[in-house]
Write a protein that binds this ligand. Structure first.
Ligand code: T46
Length: 141
């Protein structure tokens, strides 16, 4: 479930680093980039799944735990390095915990913001999983 990629780093400890994404195959065109910041330590966000939206998320500063849930199992991924990014595909319930204050969570998303694409009720999410709502997408990724 946890699909991670490494982000290249250029630099050194005495002058700092530069990281970039270039020509990577992520499986969707990036339509929107946004980030969450200035959240206090212990903040919990997420608690939703998306019907269609796919995302690549990374934490350029700080330490954030991402909990991924596909309806049958859960996996925790710790984003505490600016050189690691995580895919969150459609149909995955996610919860995020800020382990350090002011951690920054960046998101590259496959589509524009649309509240209709959100499932914010865990019972509804489980019902859709049980009905096979995402079977086609899961099998083709
Ligand atoms: C996700 C995780 C990883 C907007 O008005 N415009 C936007 O572009 C977005 C993304 C959100 N909003 C509104 C909707 C909510 O009222 O801002 C509020 C917070 O959004 P959301 O509940 O999506 O925030 P998070 O931090 O729980 O989740 C965010 C992403 O939005 C979400 O898709 O998967 O990060």
């Amino acid at each position: 479930m946890a699909e991670q990629i490494s982000i290249p780093q250029i630099g050194a400890s005495d002058i700092g680093y530069l990281s970039f994404f270039q020509d990577i195959e992520i499986g969707f065109p990036i339509k929107r980039i946004y980030y969450t910041y200035e959240a206090p330590k212990g903040t919990k966000r997420g608690f939703h799944a998306h019907k269609k939206l796919q995302q690549l998320v990374w934490c350029p500063y700080g330490d954030i735990t991402i909990i991924l849930d596909n309806g049958t199992s859960r996996e925790n991924v710790r984003l505490d390095s600016p050189s690691s990014a995580l895919f969150i595909r459609q149909g995955i319930w996610r919860e995020m915990i800020w382990n350090r204050k002011n951690s920054v969570l960046c998101v590259a998303a496959s589509d524009h913001y649309d509240e209709e694409d959100y499932i914010r009720d865990y019972d509804v999410f489980i019902k859709l999983v049980d009905e096979g709502f995402w079977n086609y997408e899961r099998n083709t990724i």
